[in-house]
Write a protein of this length. Structure first.
Lengths: 458, 203
């Protein structure tokens, strides 16, 4: 072990030359240097090293650097925006973090299943009324249904089309059915009529619509057949606009009136918009003999704003239709006879069969037209427009407390969904990530060590 | 060319104005103050980079970048230390970033590092010899020695800049001086002789 006998350290000798000692310590070291040859030699060596380094001079800085820097200073002074170089790191870090957060949120939201209450419930398709099938058959054109096969095909197509239409209407109705002001529409619209096919699924809401495809009973039709040639046939139409004070009560009374007069509503729309008068538009079918009484009862619902009555004479049209129907039936009978009694080429037989199919289609079409005409005569149409005598209510917006509560609930829901999304992300990808980490770990460690070694040398 | 900071006698009269005063004036909008600071420190700062980098172009680039950093950080400047320490602290960080970038590119992208470039562009024979000698020192010892010898920073300033205790700076500086003396006293190795030969041929 070597013990120094010098009263000053060698580093102090160096510090003296560098003027880094306090004055008192500098005097001590100076006096020691004057006496100690070894320390003087150390000082001389250090001085030589410094002198050797001092010989390293560098060339002058190019002039254009000055122009560029001072030019940049002028740009800074005039507030011009610079691009790229020297942009604070936190800007890039912030942008990166923002992008990462957005991706995380998107992944989280994508992974989270919608709550049960928020799922869209699509009702089963409504079964088709037999009357609708019949009327659909009648609308087929004779050109399309050249044979029975084609006719059946067209019938099938038409059925499918009608079903799609009904489904579409049902979906639209469901979407419009969200509560507007908390009033339940099902309480406003009892569905008690016979032969009623309704679009409402009973969930209640701001708007309710129902459609009815009404048909006269067989009794009514036979009565018309027996009297049609004698009495004039008039299709009656009435339009009524009534303002009521008590809308729900009027709605109930309307049902009672329909029941009392053996009528039904072919279509009914109720609109219960918030901060506005409730309205009801209905197309009612009332048996012709009961029309007068029914109109009187309807007028008692409230103040009549508008009333229009009309009648269309359809006797001639009906007689013409009956005659054409009779002829067609006769033609069909003769064709059937030809097919049964005569013999000939196959092409002739096919031609007769095609002709029979065409005539049969015409007959069915005319029969439906006749039924429709007679129904229009037997059941008068009443277009009713009920509107509420609206009194505006002072409805205050939601209180601050309620809004805060709702905000907290929504925030909690969002946070929980985000956390769940993150968890789901890791559950889904943790294994894959682990595999990739294992694959990449060894080369990463190798490169990192190489990088650290290289950094240590500079 | 000497790279000692130039004391101005032309700035705002006949007496020299301190660097810190100039920087404060510049932070308040005096554009001429920055021009004066640039005039005082352009050569020392270029020397700082030039001695540490083999490529003169990179040294110019980093010098420019350092002044631009001063320019942009002027509004936040607080005279808590000497301006010189502040300036070299910025320069040192920029140099470290440059070195990291170089090493990163060499490690991961396979590019050549600056230190691996052929010598002979250093300008003088002394530069070649001293660069080789300094390369043999420990990196921290070398940095302390260079900051003391060329930038003439005090022990306290070096301590602050490198985030080392003052006594450590003093002992490491002593060790570095002794080591460089020994390296310079050794006979020139073959590699250095070859580089010098190349340098003479270029001249």
């Amino acid at each position: 072990m070597t013990v120094s006998t010098h009263p000053v350290e060698q580093e102090e000798v160096m510090a003296l030359a560098d003027r880094e000692l306090t004055p008192g310590r500098a005097r001590i070291v100076s006096s020691h240097l004057a006496e100690c040859e070894a320390c003087a030699e150390v000082a001389a060596n250090l001085h030589e090293a410094s002198a050797a380094l001092g010989r390293w001079t560098v060339e002058s800085i190019p002039e254009q650097i000055e122009k560029q820097v001072l030019g940049e200073r002028r740009e800074e002074g005039s507030g011009r925006a610079r691009s790229g170089i020297g942009k604070p790191k936190w800007v890039w870090a912030g942008a990166l973090a923002g992008v990462g957060l957005v991706v995380l949120l998107l992944v989280g939201r994508g992974s989270v299943r919608a709550p049960i209450g928020a799922r869209t419930v699509r009702p089963e398709p409504m079964p088709m009324a037999p009357q609708a099938v019949e009327s659909m058959n009648l609308s087929l054109s004779t050109e399309v249904a050249k044979s029975k096969k084609e006719y059946k095909q067209a019938e099938e197509n038409y059925k499918n089309w009608l079903q799609r239409q009904q489904e579409s209407q049902l979906t639209t109705s469901l979407e419009r059915e969200r509560p507007v002001d908390g009033r339940q529409a099902d309480s406003l619209m009892p569905l008690s009529e016979p032969n009623v096919a309704t679009d409402s699924n009973g969930g209640g809401g701001g708007q309710v619509s129902s459609s009815v495809d009404g048909q006269p009973t067989s009794d009514q039709q036979s009565k018309t057949d027996s009297n049609g040639a004698l009495a004039p046939m008039i299709a009656r139409t009435v339009s009524l606009s009534i303002v009521v004070k008590d809308f729900p009560a009027s709605r109930a009374t309307l049902d009672a009136i329909l029941s009392r007069h053996h009528g039904y509503s072919a279509q009914l729309d109720v609109n219960t918009a918030e901060n506005a008068a409730r309205t009801l538009q209905a197309s009612l079918r009332i048996p012709a003999p009961e029309l007068a009484g029914a109109i009187n009862d309807l007028k008692s619902l409230g103040r009549v704003e508008n009333e229009t009555q009309g009648g269309e004479e359809v006797s001639q049209q009906h007689a013409d239709l009956v005659a054409r129907l009779k002829n067609s039936r006769e033609t069909e009978r003769r064709l059937q006879a030809i097919l049964t009694e005569r013999t000939g080429k196959i092409s002739d037989v096919l031609a007769v069969e095609q002709e029979i199919a065409r005539v049969r289609l015409e007959i069915e079409q005319m029969e439906a037209e006749q039924k429709s005409l007679e129904h229009r005569v037997d059941f008068a149409t009443v277009n009713l427009n009920l509107s509420e005598e609206y009194k505006a209510n002072l409805t205050l917006p939601m209180s601050v407390g309620t809004r805060l509560h709702n905000g907290l609930v929504e925030g909690y829901r969002n946070a929980s969904e985000t956390i769940l999304g993150i968890i789901l992300f890791f559950v889904e990808y943790a294994l894959t990530m682990a595999i990739w980490i294992l694959i990449l770990l060894a080369p990463a460690i190798f490169l990192w060590r190489r990088f650290r070694r290289a950094m240590a040398t500079v | 060319m000497s790279d000692r900071p130039i004391d101005s006698e032309s700035w705002q009269g006949t007496t020299a104005t301190s660097d810190e005063r100039l920087m404060l004036d510049f932070s308040k909008g005096a554009a001429e103050a920055f021009a004066e600071l640039f005039r005082r420190y352009k050569q020392p700062l270029f020397g700082f980079f030039r001695r540490r980098l083999a490529d003169a172009g990179h040294a110019e680039e980093l010098t420019q970048e350092t002044f631009l950093a001063v320019l942009r950080g002027a509004a936040r400047y607080q005279p808590r230390a000497l301006f010189r320490t502040y300036l070299y602290a910025i320069a040192f960080r920029i140099l470290q970033a440059h070195r990291r970038k170089q090493v990163f590119r060499a490690t991961f992208l396979g590019q050549r590092r600056e230190g691996q470039e052929a010598a002979g562009r250093d300008g003088t024979e002394a530069a070649v010899v001293l660069r080789e000698a300094l390369r043999k020192l420990d990196p921290t010892d070398r940095e302390i020695l260079m900051l003391r010898e060329f930038e003439e920073l005090s022990y306290a300033e070096i301590s602050e800049l490198l985030n080392l205790p003052l006594n450590t700076v003093r002992s490491r500086l002593f060790r570095a001086r002794v080591a460089i003396k020994e390296v310079l006293d050794e006979p020139a190795p073959l590699a250095t002789t070859r580089k010098l030969a190349g340098f003479e041929e270029q001249v």
